[in-house]
Design a binder for this molecule. Structure first.
Ligand SMILES: Cc1cc2nc3c(=O)[nH]c(=O)nc-3n(C[C@H](O)[C@H](O)[C@H](O)COP(=O)(O)OP(=O)(O)OC[C@H]3O[C@@H](n4cnc5c(N)ncnc54)[C@H](O)[C@@H]3O)c2cc1C
Length: 458
């Protein structure tokens, strides 16, 4: 039985390689150069659409751990990235042409892979990996929407920044829920209270801060110029755009203080920024309603004007751009296959994974699992102590209500029992050691007999 891989980007190329290496005949479909996405510039496979950096390569960083796992799992794209790397301190930056050429050459000469330069417009009925990325073509998006149901395909990213709980000053911010509804002992939200002067200064800084310019195809979506999309976006405008709409637009909008009382003053603050827990471990909080187009350095400067966030450590900055992704927590299982269609897999940004290396990781798992499906083997579900396993676990189990694409961060990994006694650095080192050991054990458990999925090591 053949496997179709749709999309010759980062996830699709890795998926095609992994399945082909396991003896599956693969047909890889890429619509460029005949049809463009609006952001890609070439017809190359595995084009890096923007930055030429795949993020940190350091062994004690989340993104570095992900790459170490991918090397351990035999990723083609990371091998090509290593072979085309450029000096970039602790990051894995590449010569983008050499990187793409390396990937394309390996795929084009693989005896099990045939490459077609054409757009796929319908969801295949035979085994397939969908890896068409954030800029999936309109006709396939439409087919996907029909397949998943209208409410389960999103077209944009509107990510609010996430801060490390330990960096929030609880001598200023306070816990509590609006009108004290559904509140445990302390309250689910952390509230950062503004007085009038602080609010005015914050608003002024917000509206004058530097923004990331939107490209035409993004502007259409974000502003709602694209017919029919306006309603979709009204509840999701960038916070700086809301601020521009009037002096009190924020105080009556995402920063409304109603139902909240500062226990230190006994009064309702002039405005409140709420932080909501973002991960199960409770050490990451997102700024509610703070999707933004400010540059990352401006977010760091302006958002530290929020009372209680003066020393905030940002785990992820906010962003808004066009980004098609499905409601993975509802639609996908841990093998990255649709619950409703077991032989149909999704990988990359379309599955709700953010960042080049994460997209490659999901392609690797989807490719292996498509091969497992065709050869009737148990799918690969990596331990959640590995960064790859934790990312896939997150996208398939996150709360659907606020689901947004996720990248590799340590907050996704389960904490060791005696976590509080360790420094952050010690904790991260322990996470990495544990992940690579658990991954090796997992690989060895799938390296023997008829089940042989990985070469035996160590
Ligand atoms: C403007 C922009 C800038 C970005 N910058 C960064 C960045 O700097 N760093 C980062 O980590 N991430 C960045 N991202 C996210 C980035 O897109 C992903 O990290 C990564 O490229 C996604 O990998 P993917 O394989 O899911 O999709 P892609 O790499 O986009 O691959 C999808 C492929 O599918 C093809 N395709 C689409 N529809 C069809 C169809 N119907 N039939 C056949 N082929 C089709 C496309 O042409 C494309 O080649 C950016 C995204 C955008 C939109």
């Amino acid at each position: 039985m053949k496997l179709s891989v749709i999309g010759g980007g980062l996830a699709g190329c890795e998926a095609a390689w992994q399945a082909a290496e396991r003896g599956i005949e693969v047909e890889l479909f890429e619509m460029r150069p005949n049809q463009t996405t609006g952001a890609h510039r070439t017809g190359n496979l595995a084009e890096l659409v923007c930055s030429n950096s795949l993020g940190s390569n350091l062994p004690n960083r989340a993104s570095g751990l992900l790459k170490a796992e991918l090397r351990q799992l035999g990723s083609l794209l990371i091998a090509c990235a290593d072979a085309s790397s450029l000096p970039a301190g602790g990051a894995l930056a590449v010569d983008r042409e050499r990187f793409s050429n390396c990937v394309e050459q390996q795929l084009a000469t693989h005896p099990n892979i045939t490459i077609y330069r054409e757009e796929v417009q319908a969801i295949p009925n035979s085994p397939a990996v969908l890896a068409t990325g954030p800029l999936t073509s309109p006709s396939l998006s439409h087919a996907l929407q029909t397949f998943t149901g209208e409410d389960h395909l999103f077209f944009y990213d509107a990510i609010a920044p996430i801060v490390d709980f330990e960096s929030v000053d609880l001598n200023i911010a306070f816990r509590g829920n609006r009108y004290q509804i559904g509140q445990g002992d302390e309250g689910d939200y952390i509230n950062c209270p503004f007085d009038k002067n602080g609010y005015d200064a914050f608003r002024e800084a917000l509206i004058t801060a530097h923004r990331i310019p939107l490209r035409k195809f993004e502007n259409e979506i974000v502003t709602g110029v694209d017919a029919g999309k306006e309603a979709y976006f009204q509840g999701c405008q960038p916070v700086e755009v809301i601020a521009e709409q009037g002096e009190k637009a924020l105080a009556f909008g995402p920063l409304r203080p109603v139902g909240l009382f500062d226990p230190r003053t006994g009064r309702r603050p002039y405005a409140v920024v709420q932080l909501r827990q973002d991960n199960l471990a409770g050490d990451l909080y997102n700024l509610v309603g703070f999707q933004t187009n400010l540059t990352f350095s401006e977010q760091a400067r302006v958002f530290r004007m929020i009372p209680g966030l003066e020393n905030a450590s940002f785990e992820r900055y906010g962003q808004m751009h066009r980004n098609a992704f499905i409601a993975a927590p509802k639609l996908l299982n841990e093998s990255l296959a649709f619950n409703q269609r077991p032989g149909l897999f999704v990988a990359g940004q379309l599955a709700g994974i953010e960042g080049y290396a994460g997209n490659i990781a999901s392609g690797l798992i989807a490719g292996i699992n498509a091969a497992c499906y065709i050869t009737e083997k148990t799918p690969v579900v990596l331990p959640v102590t590995t960064m790859t396993g934790a990312l896939i676990n997150y996208i398939t189990h996150a709360d659907l209500k606020d689901f947004q694409p996720m990248k590799a961060i340590f907050g996704l990994l389960p904490k060791p029992g005696d976590d509080k006694r360790r420094s952050k650095r010690e904790r991260f080192e322990l996470y990495c050691e544990r992940a690579l050991t658990d991954l090796e054990s997992f690989k060895n458990s799938r390296s023997t007999g008829d089940d042989r999925l990985f070469p035996v090591t160590g």
